[in-house]
Design a protein around this ligand. Sequence first.
Ligand SMILES: [Zn+2]
Ligand SMILES: [Zn+2]
Length: 180
Amino acid sequence: MRINVAQLLKAEIGARREYELDEVVDEGAQGASIPLRGRVELLRTDRGILVQAALATEVRGRCDRCLVPVRQPLDIELEEVFYPIIDILHGGKLPDPENKDAFRIDEYNQLDLGEATRQYLIASTPMRLLCRPGCVGLCADCGANLNQGPCACPPAPVEQRWAPLRQLLEQGTFRRKQRN
Ligand SMILES: [Zn+2]
Ligand SMILES: [Zn+2]
């Protein structure tokens, strides 16, 4: 995911380049390889290069409820300005951008999308992965996968301390119904 942007840095403001990305990268959880496909558009601005990318990838992990391996498609919309370190036309070092976390184009005019992509991936990954919306998970007692049918454990008794609350709720529902 390194692009040499020497020519684009020499071009006038507004110049564009487009790339098709189709790679497998080691950015996934547990060191898994994930695909990264899509269009990358580079635009020369006055201070650097604006990168806009629409990338399709996938998240790999385990279902939050039943722990089976899960692969889930994920789209990333990346938009970042990359600032060159070197003034390519006049030589010498350029001043650092105000934002200290800004992405840089290195002294060899290489624009590396790796770190930006990794950050966007982490930010877009859902907190909880599910194998399917209605996953019922594992039995807390025997660990059986309840998606494959009920286990042999007896049904859990309703906890006694919730009984008064349940009663109140039921009465409340009853009164509302009566008023209508
Ligand atoms: Zn599941
Ligand atoms: Zn069970």
